[in-house]
Design a protein around this ligand. Sequence first.
Ligand code: ZN
Length: 50
Amino acid sequence: MKGKTRRGANRWRAPKLRPCPECSSAVPSHIACPSCGYYKDRQVLSVDNF
Ligand SMILES: [Zn+2]
């Protein structure tokens, strides 16, 4: 056995915040906006507080 390969530490990257095109709040990329539920010009989350 030659030692463990621990790749788990480098796997996760910090998400970059991008302004939401709908509500212009900073949301992590590749994640639907939690405020308005929009992701890539589509509403993918159902948000009630509209
Ligand atoms: Zn939004």
